[in-house]
Design a protein around this ligand. Structure first.
Ligand SMILES: [Zn+2]
Length: 58
């Protein structure tokens, strides 16, 4: 569980079986995919919902 990078809403993630944790914000629709690289390194990819851009770009 973490916060939406876009709007700060609580997002609940789920494992997708490929070492990735996916979460979709129910407020703004932003999709986040967290990839576990190692015990000390993971990355998060953030996808804006279709037809929208990140708030900070507006
Ligand atoms: Zn959000």
């Amino acid at each position: 569980m973490w916060h939406c990078f876009n709007c700060g809403n609580i997002v609940v993630g789920y494992m997708n079986g490929k070492g990735e944790i996916c979460g979709e914000c129910t407020r703004c629709g932003t999709c986040m995919v967290r990839v576990i690289k190692s015990k000390t390194h993971d990355t998060v990819n953030v996808y804006a919902p279709p037809g929208s851009t990140r708030y900070e770009d507006n």
